[in-house]
Design a protein around this ligand. Structure first.
Ligand SMILES: Nc1ncnc2c1ncn2[C@@H]1O[C@H](COP(=O)(O)OP(=O)(O)OP(=O)(O)O)[C@@H](O)[C@H]1O
Length: 142
């Protein structure tokens, strides 16, 4: 079966799951500014080396909130959402592993994960500050 022109958003849908196929798919999607691709439940992020603010705004966060995994385009928010929901439903700690070579975008990705988790954490502010502000301030303090 021919791969669709825009690539596939989950590598497990590739007809041939080998290195050239994977790289071709990532390159095709990257050309379209689609920097996220799944391989099953794993998210692959390709550094866009440019700001893509529409990908991370509040509207986007709201869309991913509670959405079934795989229902929307691959996104770091979808990973955070599943991790958060599993934590709540099972009452257990959860972790998200972010790995990649130097400069791949781990810090940026982690910032987005934290922003999303802080957003989910609600708006019940302590001393007038939102959970999001508290988490992000804690991260940036020495
Ligand atoms: N999702 C993204 N959107 C926009 N720019 C990004 C994104 N991810 C990475 N970048 C750009 O790439 C640069 C390097 O990314 P980052 O610092 O996150 O890499 P890193 O994997 O943490 O590197 P190191 O391991 O060396 O600390 C960022 O400063 C930013 O300019």
């Amino acid at each position: 079966m021919e791969a669709p022109p825009g690539g596939v958003d989950d590598m497990t849908r590739l007809s041939y799951l080998h290195e050239p196929g994977v790289l071709q798919n990532l390159a095709t999607r990257y050309e379209l500014n689609e920097i996220y691709t799944y391989t099953g439940s794993i998210l692959i992020a390709v550094n866009p080396f440019q700001r893509l603010p529409h990908l991370y705004d509040t509207h986007m966060m709201e869309q991913y909130k509670g959405a079934d995994f795989g229902e929307l385009s691959p996104h770091v928010f979808a990973i955070a959402d599943v991790a958060y929901r599993e934590m709540i439903n099972e009452g257990k700690n959860n972790s998200i592993l972010v790995s990649g070579e130097s400069g791949a975008g781990k810090t940026e990705t982690t910032k987005m994960l934290m922003r999303y988790l802080a957003h989910l954490g609600g708006r019940s502010g302590v001393e007038g500050r939102t959970v999001e502000q508290q988490v992000l301030e804690a991260k940036s303090s020495p």
